[in-house]
Design a protein around this ligand. Structure first.
Ligand code: ATP
Length: 243
């Protein structure tokens, strides 16, 4: 078996009484797009916070490209590009200044960083916007800059926590399409957390999560077939209404 981009084994976490997620296990292969689909409060952000090491789980194991996150956090996180649910760019800096700052945090030299910034912005159709202040950009374009930022250190795994929250439909589609394109053309593995079924493509692998537990895991076709449903919307509602 080839090494997983992400492997989660027996992960649990609670904020006090009870578990927000309990005994979660799944793996993402290299270059695989996985949608983590769940309604509000399902546990997506909690899982995301454990994967990005904002929180540490008392139980369970996370490995990134075969590296144990608890034992070698810096090395494991270096393989990961992250887009948080809340935007975290400096609005008063230009797009390029924001990206240079993050490149320097990754130890990327100035000249190399300039090339990587050009490449990432081109890829996201933002090549002409580099001198604009982030404040001048609309929500969809700000999200693209965050995505560009996540690519600068050339990660093997991209993890995104509901990256389209608050965007209109065309902007959402743009982000979803760009991330699928990165997966297809760059072979990047993706974990895409969402509560929006229309962000899951028919060829994606989908992990359905609700009340801190995984209810289904497989290709969209497999998950529909296992639940005798015609489409993912039906499957999703059937699964979450059973819990
Ligand atoms: P959303 O789509 O609304 O972001 P989610 O799937 O990301 O939802 P989480 O935010 O992980 O879900 O929440 C999982 C559970 O943990 C929910 O019951 C939530 O109320 C609870 N929870 C989340 N954060 C906290 C916190 N800081 N303190 C206490 N409980 C929390």
């Amino acid at each position: 078996m080839t090494e997983s981009a992400l492997e989660i084994d027996g992960l649990s976490y609670g904020y006090g009484r009870g578990f927000a997620i309990e005994d979660i296990s799944f793996r993402i292969g290299q270059g695989e797009f996985t949608a983590l689909l769940g309604p509000n409060g399902a546990g997506k952000t909690t899982l995301f916070s454990l994967i990005t090491r904002l929180f540490e789980a008392p139980r369970g194991k996370i490995s990134v490209c075969g590296i144990n996150l608890r034992e070698r956090p810096t090395k494991a996180l270096a393989h990961m590009g992250v887009v948080f649910q809340q935007p975290t760019l400096d609005l008063d800096l230009t797009v390029r200044q924001n990206l240079h700052y993050f490149a320097s945090l990754h130890g990327i030299g100035r000249r190399d960083a300039a090339d990587r910034i050009d490449e990432a912005l081109e890829r996201l159709d933002m090549g002409e916007r580099d001198k604009e202040k982030v404040r001048q950009l609309n929500g969809g374009h700000r999200r693209r800059v965050e995505l560009a930022r996540a690519l600068l250190h050339r990660p093997d795994l991209l993890v995104l926590d509901e990256p389209t929250v608050g965007l209109d439909v065309p902007a959402r589609r743009g982000i979803v399409e760009h991330v699928h394109d990165l997966c297809r053309t760059q072979g990047m593995a993706v974990l895409w957390a969402t509560h929006l079924i229309d962000e899951v493509y028919p060829d994606d692998r989908v992990v359905v999560i609700h009340k801190g537990h995984i209810l289904a895991d497989g290709s969209v076709a497999e998950v529909n077939q296992n639940n005798s449903s015609a489409n993912l919307t039906q499957t999703f509602h059937r699964l979450i209404n059973q819990v």
